[in-house]
Design a protein. Sequence first.
Length: 371
Amino acid sequence: MTPVKPDWRAVTAFLDSAVAVGAAPGAVLGVSVGGARFLYATGQLGADDPAPVEPSTVYDLASVTKVVGLSTALMLAVNEGMIGLDAPISRYIKEFSGDGKELVTVRMLLAHAGGLRAWRPLFQETENRAAAIELALKTPLESPPGTREVYSDLGLIILTHAIETVYGERLDTLLGRRVLRPLGMHSVRFLPVPEDHHRIAPTELQPWRGRVLCGEVHDENAARMDGVSGHAGLFGSAPDLLTFAEWVLDGWTEGPADKRTGSAIGSSDRPSIRPSVLREFTRRQELVPGSSRALGWDTPTSGGSAGSLLSSKSFGHTGFTGTSLWIDPERRLAIVLLSNRVNPTRNNPRWNPVRGRIADLVMTTLFEDVR
């Protein structure tokens, strides 16, 4: 049951206190339940920027890019028959071969079970986007495909190349044309334009680039890829991420009609994805026993960023810069939490416990049956 007038004071007081003790310079919380929204901003733009945070403040989304960006593009490709989840990556990228790579499927890479190492410093080892992608493709496997979960940005970079290859279009223009602009998500974009920088929260004073980053992607490997990659690179505001989440939730509402009428998310001027595809991407895959991974998305785990009260069908993701998105289709609920906890330095561990606590406080504020 949802109260007629939720009392948000426990939620806002906790977020205020987290910012006050230095978990992040500022933060924005966005909640959508049954289409009704709550937005709250607290703190300042940066450690050295006293301008107040507003609900429309734009943050570097970091790995939330994986789900809002790359997974969404791949859902389009699967929905349109351009890519098969259980097809080998080598079907779409001939260069990804040898060393057992012919056994690596799209599904495995999305579930971080493709056998690739977690990371390598492409930004130091290459000079441009094409070379970074080439090196990712040539990186040897560390384990047999499908046997071990290793959270791998390299796998998502390879999937970025696959989606760009099949559509013949770079990821930023594909997403902008097919998803972001049709949904009216004008703040969500790779490569923010200079006129928007005044409302972007800064991230790190980064040694590699020798400056405080603002409007430039924080992730070094994404920066080497000209700021456009499936593993990181998107910027966005809480209201626009709620728009995305509500679009996803609409798919769950329309899901039962899928077999009867063929209805899907969207309309003639909005992105359209069959609910069966959306549900496949957001369910726990269990390719590796004990893994919480869906396809690009993650699912709730004990002590994780989703807290302890979201339903088992929930799905979401976090970002290194201090961002997160969780969606609970059973409750018609979305929780967006944005911060720049890496400003002025990434050596700030105070933010991680905030995410789960906020999720639990939102749940107890909205639903009497979980109190």
